[in-house]
Design a protein around this ligand. Structure first.
Ligand code: ZN
Length: 309
């Protein structure tokens, strides 16, 4: 599982950073890619990766500001042009209004898609668990921005323990149906009378990963709740240390506030994005240094950077 950042800039594109989008690559887990936000030019960024648009099965939108959604019509249209590839449905989750934005853009441009889009819109009153599959559960909670904006908490379900086949062979268990029984937790007795306790040959279940991806926000308790014990917290850092007042006025956070959220939530790792073009590279290292005084495991991400979870 990893996250690839497609756009890490704030507000408008710059040469180094495109506007917001990231891909949560779940190829090993479910052979799918989930996009979070889709700023203008997201499809161009995707061209520079190994991501195949058809693999994008779900898109989660945090809020309706243009730098988070203007890439949707283009991406959705290009996704249709994949010769010889099966056309698969796509789900879009986002605030009320996203459906009308997408359908209007497609209609007035005369775009017809050969696949279906299922919209899942929500508002303040319909948040909470927005998706559950056999492997993942996704929660959304309202943040504190200048318009309705949410953060997402993606929780992978616990992974079953695996069977230690080598150890079973050494114990003299013949390969075959007995393996299946032991894998299902059944104790067995071999022909020579040896008892095999299943628990000795199956590793303990591994806890699933927790990934928290927030939209634009002031510092708020909702962010902390969404990020509790997260393996990775992706948090905006539109402003730097000392700019807390301006950040508040514009509905954003500083690197220090993002670090406080990560610390309060007990997150394991903090990735800062939504970086203003005002910041030069020396400022970026300062952003990280300052944030690290509050939360050590912090990193300011770049476009196209891939982070393994
Ligand atoms: Zn915004």
């Amino acid at each position: 599982m990893d996250i690839q950042f497609l756009g890490t800039g704030a507000g408008q594109p710059s040469k180094a950073r495109n506007v917001s989008s990231l891909a949560l690559k779940l190829l090993d887990e479910i052979n799918e890619v989930w996009l979070f936000d889709c700023g203008e030019g997201t499809q161009n960024r995707i061209l520079e990766t190994t991501i195949r648009p058809r693999k994008v099965s779900k898109i989660f939108i945090t809020h309706l500001h243009g730098d988070h959604i203007f890439g949707l019509p283009g991406f959705l249209s290009s996704r249709a042009f994949q010769a010889n590839e099966e056309q698969t449905d796509l789900d879009i989750y986002g605030p009320q209004g996203i459906k009308s934005f997408v359908l209007t853009s497609l209609r007035v441009s005369g775009s017809r898609l050969p696949y279906r889009i299922h919209f899942h819109e929500f508002d303040q009153d319909s948040l909470g668990k927005i998706l559950e599959t056999d492997k993942f559960t996704v929660y959304a909670e309202e943040l504190d921005h200048t318009i309705f904006c949410v953060g997402y908490r993606v929780m992978q379900k616990d992974l079953e323990g695996t069977l230690d086949a080598e150890k079973l062979k050494t114990a003299g268990v013949p390969f075959g149906p007995l393996f299946g029984k032991i894998k299902n937790g059944q104790d067995v007795v071999l022909e020579d009378g040896t008892e095999i306790k299943a628990a000795d040959y199956i590793s303990a279940p591994r806890p699933g990963k927790i990934i928290t991806i927030l939209g634009d926000t002031r510092k708020t308790n909702a962010s902390v709740r969404l990020a509790v014990n997260a393996d990775v917290l992706v948090h905006e850092s539109t402003y730097g240390k000392g700019d807390e007042k301006i950040a508040r006025n514009h509905g954003h956070s500083t690197n220090m506030q993002a670090a406080q959220v990560a610390a309060e939530a007990g997150a394991k790792r903090l990735l800062l994005n939504h970086i203003s073009a005002r910041f030069l590279s020396k400022d970026i290292s300062q952003l990280k240094k300052d944030a690290a005084t509050v939360f050590e495991n912090v990193h300011v991400v770049k476009d196209l950077e891939e982070v393994e979870i």
